[in-house]
Ligand binder design. Structure first.
Ligand SMILES: [Ca+2]
Ligand SMILES: [Ca+2]
Length: 411
């Protein structure tokens, strides 16, 4: 059926097949749901240069199959769904900005709950999901990426988003995710950039929580992670991977919690991962877990030059909410023009109670150390680097950390 007039709903309404709003250049369609139940097989908002607008402040919208913003195959449409309350249940897929380059879709969620099997934020049209509250629960996958100029965009500032599997920028499309608050949980894999070299994914986080099992920054594609404020709370529980074409920036104080997570690094370019020098990695996976840590720097010995453009890490901490256990590995040649060994340089090394660090025959050089006397260190010896001048510390932005230095390992 078609609905071109405004249809304020209070009672229940069942649409036998599909509900279409604004699927024509002749007129726009509006639906306001405040209470009661609306159910339909599919819903199409916007198409053929028309605009479809659905506003939900309460009640229940149940779509058995797919919700399209705008219509899949009718060009030039614009679909807008604004939800501030109630429940929106999509049995299969929610599409934003699908199939034609001149289509657009936007979903504004400020309250209530949305659930779906899959969500596709952009294919070829413009697509923006703005979440400032409420719950968005995706039982399957969330894809953010469009071949349109602006790409696909997801903005999370409050509320919660949960998915099983997620890709930001995939299949030659561009995706941008900006998190300034709220809670974002990915129970399986999160890819920033996926599948092809011309894909581009960017994730910027300034606040809120990001909890991921396996986190890939650039997976056979361009992927960028920006941590723009120390308030960002990031936890990775299985794998943190920096891919071949990954970029990472971070402000001082940026932290990633590794609760049983390996660190993989197959980047050949330390300048693209310059944010590592501001990052604290906290390993806290507990006593039954030993986390592999890929070393990537040229082993230049105990000299400050080891920190220059060499994958140096700001702070390595073993032990947090649980004890930390790490084994250094060198399973990938990050230094193709360098025949020597690879090593790990860290500005600050904190080995807490119960820490276990297997150097595995590789060198770990550190500037400042706080090392529990009972920490287990095997596979070699830690190597302190002689204290540099204040000038160098200034350059590294670490002046404030000097006073925190507790003691250094007697070597
Ligand atoms: Ca390596
Ligand atoms: Ca090499």
């Amino acid at each position: 059926m078609r609905a071109r007039a405004s249809l304020p709903r209070v009672g229940g309404r069942t649409v036998k097949n599909s509900l279409s709003l604004g699927i024509s250049s002749m007129g726009n369609g509006t639906y306001n749901l405040n209470a009661g139940i609306l159910s339909a097989k599919n819903e199409y908002l916007g198409g053929s240069s028309g605009t479809g607008t659905f506003t939900q402040t309460g009640g229940t919208n149940t779509v058995a199959n797919d919700l399209y913003l705008s219509h899949g195959s009718l060009s030039g449409g614009s679909g807008i769904y604004t939800q501030s309350g109630g429940t929106n249940t999509v049995g299969n897929k929610l599409y934003l900005g699908s199939f034609t380059s001149d289509s657009s879709g936007s979903y504004n969620l400020s309250g209530g709950s949305l659930s779906s099997g899959y969500e596709t934020i952009g294919l070829v049209g413009t697509a923006t999901f703005t979440q400032s509250g409420g719950i968005n629960a995706v039982s399957g996958s969330l894809y953010v990426g469009s071949s349109s100029a602006g790409g696909g965009t997801y903005n999370l500032s409050f509320g919660s988003l949960s998915t099983n599997y997620e890709a930001i920028g995939l299949y030659s499309r561009t995706g941008v995710f900006t998190q300034s608050g709220g809670t974002h949980t990915v129970t399986s894999k999160l890819y920033i950039g996926y599948s092809s070299p011309s894909s581009s994914g960017t994730y910027s986080i300034s606040s809120g929580s990001l909890n991921v099992r396996s986190f890939y920054i650039g997976y056979h594609s361009r992927g960028t992670l920006h941590i723009t404020d120390p308030a960002a709370n990031i936890t990775v529980s299985n794998l943190l991977s920096f891919g071949t074409d990954s970029t990472f920036t971070a402000v001082p104080g940026a932290t990633i919690h590794m609760t049983g997570s390996a660190l993989e690094n197959i980047s050949p370019d330390p300048d693209n991962l310059a944010g590592l020098s501001n990052l604290e990695l906290v390993f806290e996976g507990g006593s039954t877990d030993i986390d592999p840590f890929e070393v990537a720097g040229q082993d230049l010995g105990a000299v400050m030059a080891g920190f220059d453009s060499n994958f140096a890490l700001g702070t390595l901490t073993l032990g947090g909410t649980d004890i930390g256990q790490v084994q250094l590995i060198d399973s990938f040649d990050n230094q193709t023009g360098w025949e020597g060994s690879e090593a790990l340089y860290v500005y600050n090394l904190n080995l807490g109670t119960g820490s276990y660090l297997d150097l595995n025959g590789l060198n770990l050089y550190y500037l400042n150390g706080s090392i529990d006397p009972a920490a287990t260190i095997l596979g070699g010896q830690l190597t302190p680097i002689p204290e540099p001048s204040t000038l160098i510390l200034l350059g590294a932005g670490l002046v404030g950390l000097v006073g925190l230095r507790k003691k250094r390992l007697a070597n």
